[in-house]
Write a protein that binds this ligand. Structure first.
Ligand code: GLY
Length: 338
């Protein structure tokens, strides 16, 4: 967030606080409109962001995250006592309080050699466990690429206001960086804001981004390492790719592992590609589940409808007892296709 502020990159207003500054933190919360976004400053495997509907809930959760309580009888939070365990351990000993941005999210990826970049296909992922974006957050339950609202005009803004200033900012700050940058964006009424950066690709976005890249990807990676990315052209297919993630029952909570599954053999897999995320092979050579997110079933088509039909056709060919998947991947985007 400091990097974005320094380089004038659009992002939500924010401040960071620790337990010693609870009173200032609550005062800052009061300057914001609901809902309230609280983020653990440290790493929490994607689970450290909480969105609270009211000021009271935000204030209470903030205290839980920081591991402080207001001293009994005190009516102002300046009299706090430490001692409670922070909700996310040391990861939430500092908490970022952020303005809530409403809109629709998408993920943009670049490959950079530190000075130049190539923009990879953009994608939208589906983070909640349940249909209609209900239930707890997950690592990602599905994805689609391209994203229909990320049109030429929007992507031009992303490039001018976000990508270019990020690469320039890295150079200005003396950060020698070569690799992927993942821009988690919010489209608020056609204006892009950065929600987060990751220095990696996304999952399950990769399973819809990579199949659309027609250029030799090794050549691009090589050019990134030799500082010659500006001389390359990236060729991207106009096809749509979607993916539907099959997860273990109970995920993102407690789930069992070691469940045997049957993957399609001798079936027509045209337009379908199954990526293994959380599988293993048991002593009999049988594929078993070995994680929460187990398979990503990608579909490809000339249209989004064709792609998603292929994804779900692929899901239907997998026999994986006690699995779960969302049935509405990409449905929210229907209104954007003419
Ligand atoms: N799908 C979101 C991520 O990879 O962070």
């Amino acid at each position: 967030k400091g990097f974005m502020q320094r380089h004038g990159i659009p992002t939500a207003r924010y401040q960071t606080f620790d337990a010693r500054h609870l009173q200032e933190a609550i005062s800052f919360l009061r300057t914001l409109q609901p809902p309230y976004v609280l983020k653990a400053d440290g790493l929490c495997a994607g689970k450290g962001v909480l969105i609270l509907p009211t000021l009271d809930e935000a204030t209470a959760t903030l205290q839980d995250m920081l591991g402080v309580t207001v001293a009994q009888g005190a009516d102002v939070p300046s009299e706090t006592v430490a001692g409670a365990t922070p909700m996310f351990g040391s990861a939430s000993s500092r908490v970022v309080i952020e303005e809530f941005l409403s809109g629709i999210e998408c993920s943009v990826f670049v490959l950079t050699d530190g000075a130049h970049y190539q923009v990879l296909p953009e994608a939208k992922d589906y983070k909640r466990i349940g249909d209609n974006d209900e239930g707890p957050n997950t690592g990602g339950m599905g994805a689609v690429s391209p994203v229909p609202f990320a049109d030429k005009q929007f992507m031009q803004k992303v490039e001018e206001r976000i990508i270019r200033p990020t690469i320039d900012g890295l150079q200005a700050d003396g950060i020698d960086y070569c690799g992927f940058i993942f821009f988690g964006l919010m489209n608020t009424d056609g204006e892009p804001y950065v929600i987060e950066y990751n220095v990696r690709m996304g999952d399950p976005e990769t399973e819809v981004v990579m199949p659309r890249i027609e250029s030799d990807f090794v050549e691009l990676l090589d050019a990134a390492t030799t500082g010659t990315l500006a001389q390359k052209q990236i060729k991207i297919s106009a096809d749509t790719c979607t993916t539907v993630v099959m997860v273990s029952e109970g995920y993102p909570g407690k789930y069992s592992k070691g469940v045997r599954m049957q993957l399609p053999a001798n079936k027509d897999l045209t337009g379908i590609r199954i990526f293994h995320a959380g599988t293993a092979t048991d002593e009999n050579g049988q594929t078993i589940s070995a994680g929460g997110r187990v398979l990503a079933v990608s579909g490809r088509g000339r249209t989004k409808d064709e792609a998603i039909a292929n994804s779900y056709r692929g899901v239907g060919m997998v026999s994986f007892p006690h699995s779960f998947y969302r049935r509405d991947i990409s449905k929210d985007l229907d209104k954007y296709y003419k």
